[in-house]
Design a protein around this ligand. Sequence first.
Ligand code: NAP
Length: 451
Amino acid sequence: MAIASVNPATGEVLRTFEALHDAAIDAAIARSERALRVNRARGFRERGIRMQKTAEILEKRQGELGRLITMEMGKPVKAAVAEVAKCASTCRYYAEHAEGYLADEHVKTEAQETFIRYEPMGTILAVMPWNFPFWQVFRFAAPALMAGNVALLKHASNVPQCALAIEEVFRDAGFADHEFQTLLIGSEQVERVIADPRVKAVTLTGSEPAGASVASIAAKHIKKAVLELGGSDPFIVMPSASLDDAVTTAVKARIVNNGQSCIAAKRFIVHESIGDVFEKRFVAAMEALKVGDPMDESTDVGPLATPRIASDIEKQVRDSVAAGAQLLTGGRRDGNYYAPTVLARIPPHAPAAHEETFGPVASLFRVKDVDEAIAVANDTPFGLGASVWTNDRAEADRFIDGIETGQVFINAMVASDPRVPFGGTKHSGFGRELGAYGIREFVNVKTVWVG
Ligand code: NAP
């Protein structure tokens, strides 16, 4: 099977690769076993030196790596460079905090000594998506390697050059004994890797079907899985909010990554008393965005990553309009480009009301009070993030308690940050990345009791 790197802005085939055969996969897993002994024996200080070096290399190469990201998946180059810089800061964060997060924890019991020790699990397989081709990988790999694990990456088939570049960064930083390996394989080869007894756990970021498939394979082999899946995040605006800030952030939160982010705001739930003014200003701001060449620093929205994604979003909008939704702006496709689009008065059975829209398409809803806002926010199979705009603290508390998601941001856009855990509820998955919780996902929590 061939794995192709195709520029979504031009359709040009940049490079193709042959997927690894079984014997090559087997050899890579064997190298991982040896790498585990090396990385485990290093201790936090030695791993930290290498992780700091990883950060330095990422910063030094951020321009070149950012351009590679844009070439393979089409996000605006400024955002691609910022993505690489964020990976660098996360490497530093875990270089500095891993030891503290994984230090022995003493517990008072009747024994002479009782403590909890966190030990690396071993080789972890990461199945990753193309939308943040560096960030998704580093937010798993930095804590995993710092904990003493080693990693195998099966990246999305449309970003093989990013996958190889990440392996090179780790190698150049001194993780030079195969602690991090990229496997260029198709999704049908993932089962084989999970089933291998030398692979101890799997993490997947991607769609619900991929998550369900990988988690069931892991369950069959009694292995741990972490799933970071889709989202249909609500963005709620109440009358006490600063409308200027809410509108500006609403646009940014919808079009981040050309609209292809799990935590992009997708459903805009606005109090009816400010419904008209929000709608008018939001539509005007969406129409003012610059759509075009993602290599141009001034571009706001580039192409969608593949023709399939463009077709999917085109169909969701078409079907939503056919179901009775009102198209306020956009709804046009040109190759892989899709115009920033706003839908309103959306019936509950329309795709824009209950499916994840992975492109620059916003769904507007109006509500009469906090209870209805919470009910609409929760009326989705997903539970990833939520952004709430209000300057009434008591009201904010009702949203914090009532919304069923892994994270609630008040007067701010939902974003991942290495200092705090990230993950979802419901069909958005299970397990957490980042913060202390993230680094403890792939460790054996060993209780030691000294009588
Ligand atoms: P995808 O099609 O599920 O692909 C994700 C990864 O899973 C790719 O490496 C893919 O490989 C692999 N894969 C697909 N089907 C598989 C299967 N049956 N068995 C094993 N591996 C399989 O998702 P995508 O379209 O790339 O990404 C978009 C989705 O990811 C959206 O739903 C988005 O919300 C979600 N996402 C979630 C988060 C989060 O943190 N929660 C972050 C980013 C994205 P191939 O490319 O070879 O098919």
